[in-house]
Ligand binder design. Structure first.
Ligand SMILES: [Zn+2]
Length: 523
């Protein structure tokens, strides 16, 4: 009797874990329904999944997760929240907005602006301290600007060689693929063939061609041709194609979600993987200039733009095209001026710009007594190139995309838009709990394991023994986003515990300030 007690005590000791998450409904990330079970964490790893009492596993600290949901930490494949690393201050590096909605890993390489010096950025960022893990894609835009500056000319053979060698270097250093933002100047000047010639340098390493595609609307080649281009670039480069923040932007392409998904499906049937990610808001965020200016006006940079505006004939041509761009987006009442540059290098003057925040372009134009596009052009000219929330999507397309098994979750988070702090909580609250567009297991899969699989992020994204302990526990009764267009930096509610690499980043609903994140490199 005494001996067996001693033996039992020894076993418990041997099976003691640092943190035992007890009695929660565990969604493991695979897309299977949740089941009530326990999760044990030792050091930075998940070491136990099962019935802790039966297996004699005890925790130094036990979290009572009864009635709560336990899931893998979410991985955000498209966000601008940590753009600028490793040179961000500690507050930004903590990434609390992400953590408070359960995001434990984010990319820093969206829209073709990811770094070339991947090893250096990863180690310097980790050393400075990170609230979440990070990974990156090497930026086609970064590489093109490094080699060609802001040139709108086609790349020469020598320039393509130089760009390829930069991509090769970044991939060797641990990038998870290549990102592009062909909508944006100067990436928009690259032809399909140039992009293929450059990004195919990543082929030996595999990975993802992730793109803010050339046209999400009817600006240039049109949404469907743009999707075809993105698919072709991935196929001919030997990379998985990911359509970043997939959407049907503007009235001309509303209802096109089915057609986009069909193109993706047909391509997968031919053996090339094509996926997408999406945020659950009907408004996108960009700059006034990006939304309304024709791209050709930006060639050569801001001085060239100002010269074009100053020329009367050119100015008329600009205004005519801006009118068309405004119509496409839904008119002057659908552009809401918001805080922050959104990460696109605005020339905002913060204090003076504040007067515009929360007003629509229609309101500002009314106050000034000038037509909408002239108001916008004058603001851009005067250095008030504000962030805008552009209400240009419809709910039906959003739901159609969301229901597709190859569409993941992303925030596309940047300053000023509530999606930075609200995406994941909102998707759970609005599209799983309030209106069952998708199931909880699908929501969690599309935000964790699926992202890890697409990008090749190993040993994360699942509740599985041996995996890194990026684990979240939230209350389905209270989870919701609190960020709004007026208060975009309000953390989400309902996240009870968030562990990053086994350390508490959120404890009993409060951020701890722990800097437990790591710079991940593709192996
Ligand atoms: Zn983008």
């Amino acid at each position: 009797m005494f001996l067996s007690l001693m033996l039992a005590a020894a076993l418990v000791q041997a099976d003691s874990v640092d943190v035992l998450v007890r009695g929660g409904t565990v969604y493991d990330g695979s897309g299977r329904p949740g089941r009530v079970t326990d999760v044990g964490i030792r050091g930075d790893r998940i070491v136990f999944v099962g019935d802790a009492a039966q297996a004699g596993v005890s925790g130094v600290r036990t979290l009572d997760a009864r009635g709560l949901i336990v899931a893998p930490g979410f991985i955000d494949p498209h966000t601008h929240s940590l753009e600028g690393l490793p040179f961000l201050g500690e507050e930004r590096r903590r990434n609390v907005g992400a953590l408070m909605q359960g995001v434990t890993t984010v990319t820093i390489g969206s829209d073709g602006r990811g770094p070339i010096q991947v090893a250096r950025v990863m180690s310097a960022s980790e050393q400075a301290g990170l609230g979440t893990n990070i990974y990156t894609l090497v930026g086609f835009g970064t590489v093109r600007v490094r080699v060609m500056r802001l040139s709108s000319a086609p790349a020469s053979a020598a320039q393509i060689d130089s760009m390829r060698s930069l991509i090769d270097k970044a991939m060797r250093e641990g990038a998870y693929g290549v990102g592009s933002g062909l909508f944006y100047d100067p990436q928009s000047y690259a032809t399909t063939e140039e992009v293929i010639a450059v990004v195919s340098a990543a082929k030996p390493y595999g990975g993802v061609y992730d793109t803010h595609q050339r046209d999400e609307s009817s600006y240039s080649v049109g949404l469907l041709n743009s999707v075809r281009e993105a698919i072709r670039i991935g196929r001919e480069s030997g990379l998985t194609t990911n359509l970043g923040h997939v959407k049907a932007l503007g009235v001309d392409v509303w209802g096109y979600a089915d057609s986009v998904l069909r193109l993706m499906r047909e391509e997968r049937a031919r053996g090339h993987m094509v996926v997408a990610d999406q945020y659950p808001y009907t408004s996108s965020a960009t700059l006034l200039s990006s939304a309304l200016l024709p791209r050709w006006t930006e060639a050569g940079g801001r001085d060239s733009l100002l010269a074009r505006i100053a020329d009367t004939a050119t100015r008329e041509k600009i205004l005519a095209e801006m009118r068309e761009n405004l119509r496409r987006r839904g008119g002057d009442s659908t552009l809401l001026l918001i805080n922050g540059p959104g990460g696109f290098g605005s020339v905002n003057r913060d204090d003076a710009a504040r007067a515009y925040i929360g007003k629509t372009l229609r309101q500002v134009a009314g106050e000034r007594g000038t037509p909408a596009v002239e108001t916008a052009l004058e603001m851009i000219r005067a250095g008030f190139d504000m962030g805008v929330a552009s209400f240009n999507m419809n709910e039906r397309d959003i739901e159609t995309f969301m229901k597709d098994p190859f569409v993941m979750t992303s925030s596309d988070g940047g300053a000023g838009h509530p999606r930075l702090y609200g995406t994941y909580a909102r998707k759970i609250r609005s599209y799983v709990l309030d209106k069952p567009v998708i199931t909880m297991e699908r929501m969690i899969q599309s935000s964790s394991q699926q992202v890890a699989e697409v990008y090749g992020i190993r040993e994360r994204g699942s509740i599985r023994e041996g995996y890194f302990a990026d684990v979240i526990v939230f209350d389905p009764k209270t989870i919701r986003e609190q960020a709004t267009y007026i208060e975009p930096a309000k953390p989400s509610a309902g996240m009870r515990w968030v562990l990053v690499n086994g350390r508490f980043a959120v404890d009993d609903g409060q951020p701890t300030g722990a800097l437990a994140g790591r710079g991940l490199k593709k192996r």
